[in-house]
Design a protein around this ligand. Structure first.
Ligand SMILES: [Zn+2]
Length: 574
């Protein structure tokens, strides 16, 4: 018999079998049981989180002859037809390859006739964000007043590309990344069914590597199990099968960097290269490792959300004690850049080696951050570095002089000076406080992500410069926007938005009222996300946007803010 991939073989058949999306499943089950289904659903979320599975279950459930607790029975003629893909009343469309107006026109013609032998005709449109603007417009008319016997289920991994007009006509369900315990439990269940063994550690590792995607997790599991057919799968095997490296190497590598032991470090990198490890992945993992060390250093409490073995946590704490916070942040930033470069590089080994050298030799970085780190390192080293320190201090003074010049020429450099002050004072309570505030509100996964994003964004002067550039070239950026966003924002002005510390935290867009264009959709979070996505697409810069109408006092915006407690009003830019 042909081998069937685990994720296909164990695709959920009923709502109860869907793991990690409890809120969505409960809502849909209740709607089914009380006959309160909507006519259009929009399922969004990252890949492998169950959107298509739930869509199929829902499609079966609405036409099932004997639904059980809102779920399809799986036994009746309709359920069986849908399972084999031979049911004419469930139409699956992949918008990635059927994205034109003609495809939507077919749907519009199809919905005119009620189904012959079923309650409803169900259209499942996968990757709906791929539809062309004209196709979306055509679909809109059908979504507005669909006949009662039609059910639309739209699925997308990229919500920001779905027009607001479509979103507002659908019931929207956000599929969350599935937490790794749930994924590991599901894998355990599947392995039990398959009669295969694995240690919990191995499953937890795979679950984490899959980053919230059940499908990715099961594909990785497939890969590991077939690699070591018939053996009990251990963490080490899972690491080898997925091409990842054990954290031991990260400890040695970072220790080598701290000790300034070039030979040791380059030997380790060479080992990694020869072991066939994928270097982009290696860099990501190293970055993640340093980020965990940083978290543990900033807040011991965070260990609850890290989910690492106890010994690893203890070793990470130990390592964190000998490294300055600023240095860790710089290393993380450098590695993020290296990781980006690796994606495009044809000389991956050299790119990685140069990146690691930058970690060891901050003097290779000519920016202020690099100089500061060099200073901190040297001051920490007792062995007669006075002369070198003198040189660096002079360099810093020169830089300050340059800043003064810039100031006289009317350039805003407030944030740079603030950075300098921060670096010297060593501790930075406001960052930690901000980070702690965050921690109380969100789920552990969200906390971790938010925490990293904020810290990195907060510290990266690079991002601030890029944001200023985007705001500075606003007209040309908007001219490249697509469809409604371009028209709605024509004549708008943009300003880099700073918080009270003078750090650039986003872009404030002041839009002009244009009577002929429906603009209201832009003035909510989704509209702002849409604009952020456009900026990202055109400039590659990730930035939060806040949109207000010209003449607004901004109170509405300030309330929503950019997540920072104090948002100042626009600084003038020249
Ligand atoms: Zn049935």
């Amino acid at each position: 018999m042909a081998y069937v991939a685990l994720y296909r073989k164990f695709r959920p058949e009923t709502f109860d079998e869907v793991k990690g999306q409890d809120a969505i499943v409960t809502t849909l089950k209740n709607q089914m049981k009380h006959d309160r289904l909507g006519h259009a659903y929009l399922f969004c979320g990252t890949r492998g989180t169950g959107k298509t599975s739930v869509a199929k279950i829902l499609a079966k459930a609405v036409n099932c002859e004997n639904p059980v607790d809102g779920s399809p029975c799986g036994e009746c003629a309709s359920c069986k037809r849908i399972a084999t893909g031979s049911d004419v009343n469930v139409i699956e469309i992949d918008a990635a390859s059927n994205n034109g107006v003609d495809n939507v026109r077919q749907i519009r013609e199809g919905v005119q006739y009620p189904p012959a032998d079923a309650k409803k005709t169900v259209y499942i449109i996968d990757e709906v964000h791929m539809l062309s603007m004209a196709a979306f417009n055509a679909l809109l008319k059908t979504l507005e007043e669909p006949p009662s016997y039609v059910l639309f289920i739209l699925a997308t991994t990229e919500l920001h590309k779905v027009p607001v007009t479509i979103k507002s006509r659908c019931q929207r369900y956000d599929f969350r990344r599935i937490d790794h315990t749930t994924i590991a439990d599901r894998m355990q269940y599947i392995l039990d069914e398959e009669g295969t063994k694995a240690t919990r550690e191995a499953l937890e590792y795979i679950a984490r590597a899959a980053d919230g995607s059940m499908r990715d997790a099961l594909s990785l599991l497939d890969q590991c199990v077939s690699y070591y057919l018939g053996e009990e799968l251990t963490l080490d095997m899972a690491l080898r099968a997925t091409g990842a490296v054990n954290t031991d190497i990260f400890f040695s590598l970072e220790q080598g960097i701290v000790d300034d032991d070039t030979v040791k470090v380059m030997n380790l990198v060479s080992d990694v290269v020869w072991s066939g490890t994928e270097l982009t992945r290696f860099t990501e993992d190293f970055c993640m490792f340093l980020r965990n060390v940083l978290f543990l250093k900033l807040s011991p409490e965070i260990q609850k959300t890290l989910d690492l073995p106890k010994e690893t946590i203890l070793s990470m704490r130990g390592l964190g004690e000998v490294i300055e916070e600023d240095m860790l942040l710089r290393e993380i930033n450098v590695l993020r850049e290296v990781q980006q470069e690796l994606r495009l590089s044809s000389l991956k080994r050299i790119t990685l080696e140069m990146g690691i050298l930058r970690l060891m030799r901050p003097e290779m970085d000519k920016d202020l951050e690099g100089v500061l780190n060099r200073l901190i390192r040297l001051e920490n080293r007792a062995d007669g570095a006075a002369e070198e320190i003198g040189n660096i201090k002079k360099e810093l003074a020169d830089q300050e002089g340059e800043i003064e010049n810039l100031k006289e020429n009317g350039v805003t450099i407030q944030s740079v000076s603030a950075d300098l002050g921060k670096g010297y004072s060593q501790d930075n309570p406001s960052v930690e406080r901000e980070a702690e505030d965050m921690i109380t509100k969100l789920s552990p996964e969200e906390q971790e992500k938010e925490y990293t994003d904020r810290l990195l964004q907060y510290y990266s002067s690079d991002v601030a410069e890029k944001i200023k550039e985007v705001a500075g070239n606003w007209n040309s950026t908007v001219s490249k926007f697509t469809g409604i966003t371009r028209r709605a924002l024509s004549g708008a002005k943009a300003y880099p938005e700073e918080n009270q510390d003078g750090r650039v935290v986003g872009i404030l867009i002041i839009a002009k009222k244009i009577d002929s264009v429906p603009q209201n959709d832009l003035f909510d979070r989704e509209g702002e996300e849409l604009v952020s996505a456009e900026i990202m697409r055109i400039t590659g810069v990730s930035v939060k946007c806040r949109i207000v109408f010209e003449g607004d006092d901004g109170a509405k915006g300030a309330k929503r803010g950019l997540g920072f407690t104090n948002v100042n009003f626009p600084i003038e830019h020249k």
